[in-house]
Every structure is written in C-alpha cells, then in structure tokens.
Design a protein around this ligand. Structure first.
Ligand code: NI
Length: 267
C-alpha cells in the first residue's frame, strides 16, 4: 500500500516492533502524541472457556489478541490490553470456564469505550474471538453512544465502534470450509485450535483423535449444554487442526481485518 493511501486513511503505518503499538508499553505523552495523527484503537476481546477435551481454555482470548497484535503491527494502530473474560455462561458446566454475565460484560465494554472516547479516540475497533460476546458487545456500543452524548464528550458525534469477529472474516471461513468441511463445526473448531497450536506449540501435547462430536444445537443453560455436548465440542473435529493451518488463518484474518480497519478509520 503506498504511503499516501495510508495517510488519507489515517493509518500510522506498519511498525517493526510490536512494543510500538501495545498501549500497555506506551506512556501517556506518547498516547497524546499518537492521538494527534490517529484516532483509532484496537481492543482485543476474548473469552476464558472450555474448548473440548483437548483445546486450551484460553483459545478465544489467545486468538483474538494474536490477530489484534498482527493487525496493529501491519497498520500501526494502538492495541489495548485484551479483555480476556467474556460471556461464557453456557460453558460453566466445564471446569476452568470463567464467565461474565451479559450485564457485566456490557458494563465493562461500555466503560472501556467511554474511557477511550474521553481521551479523543473516535474509532474503537473490537477484535473478537468468541461468538457468545457478539450480542452483548453490540448492546454495549449502543449504550456507550448514549452515554457519550449525555456526558457531552467532544467526540460524541464522531464516535464509532465496530465489532470485527476474526473467525467470521470471509477468507477465514472459506479456508476453514476447504480444509475441514462440515468438521469445522461450531465450537472448539479446528480453525481456532489450529491458530492456538501455531501460537503455543506446547498445546500439541494435548492433541489427539476424538470420538464423533455431538452435533450443534440450540444453546440453553450450562447443565443442558453439558448434557447435549458431553465433551464440550459442538460438531467439530479439532484433531484436524495443524500449526501451519494456524499460521495461515492468522495471516488471512489479519489481512481481512486490516482492510476493514482502514475503511473504518477513513469513514
Ligand atoms: Ni472459541
């Protein structure tokens, strides 16, 4: 991409070192200086929940943060610390799951958006790794717009929030379909597990073939979920996942989302 296109879109441009785009490692004067040239910020949103008998509990958090950092590296847009607890009430029947109720997650995301908006961030790009967060994140954005206006924040009119679900990006879904077909399933999918194997090779030690998964179905409470999905998977065969697939998914997701982010900042 030529640098002129980048400046028109408000993108700071690629960075050589991830430290340059991690909010945690910036000082406040650096953030003020950043806001002079870019009003966009990326918020990784994950979940801490069971991913079948062989998948990592942190799958949705690890993947969302990895995609967010890669999009940040390619665009130069700041990345906040990840919100690693999500809405995972239906997974609470499995040990290790930590869930925020929808109202709690709504309050957390609302406050994150309002904090950023107060400093002058106008484009909040939430990179999400968990389907269960979608409805609540959208509700939080609606509420944040109302609060920004009610508080009279200078950015209220220009504030935009966008939810980017990396696992639903077109090229990611196409690649998952071509590699795994119907065995991609709906939870503990080989695509997300492949990305964790790429990021964290120690997870390969848990990788093993599994029995036929229970098919996907409606989601009710945690006890019902465990009854109908006894090992936690919904129609997926995570044993198909390979670390090199994960590297490919990371690239496809980052490419698609960096393009979405560029459009979002140029709006
Ligand atoms: Ni997941």
């Amino acid at each position: 991409m030529p640098s002129t296109a980048r400046s028109e879109a408000g993108l700071p441009g690629p960075v050589a070192d991830l430290a340059a785009i991690r909010l945690q490692l910036r000082s406040w004067p650096e953030v003020e200086a950043y806001l002079e040239r870019c009003r966009g910020v990326i918020v990784p949103l994950g979940s801490t929940e069971q991913h079948g008998p062989t998948g990592a509990i942190g799958t949705d958090a690890l993947t969302a943060e990895a995609v967010a950092l890669e999009v940040g590296r390619r665009t130069g847009v700041l990345v906040t610390p990840a919100q690693n607890f999500g809405m995972a009430e239906h997974h609470l029947g499995f040990a290790g799951t930590v869930s925020l109720q929808p109202s709690t997650l709504l309050a957390v995301l609302h406050d994150v958006v309002l904090s950023l908006a107060r400093h002058g961030f106008e484009r909040i790009f939430v990179i999400n790794g968990h389907g269960g967060n979608i409805a609540t994140a959208r509700a939080a954005f609606a509420q944040a717009h109302g609060t920004a206006a009610a508080r009279g924040l200078p950015v209220a009119e220009r504030l935009r929030c966008q939810l980017a679900n990396w696992f639903m990006a077109g090229p990611v879904m196409q690649e998952a379909r071509s590699l795994y077909g119907d065995r991609e399933g709906h939870h503990a999918t080989p695509s997300e597990i492949a990305l964790t194997l790429h990021l964290e090779p120690t997870l390969l030690a848990k990788h093993r073939p599994l029995d036929e998964p229970a098919p996907a179905g409606p989601i009710h409470g945690p006890d019902d979920f465990r009854r109908r999905h006894p090992d936690g998977r919904m129609g997926s065969d995570p044993f198909l996942a390979q670390p090199d697939h994960g590297e490919r998914f990371l690239d496809l997701a980052a490419t698609a989302l960096a393009t979405d982010l560029e459009r979002f900042l140029a709006e």
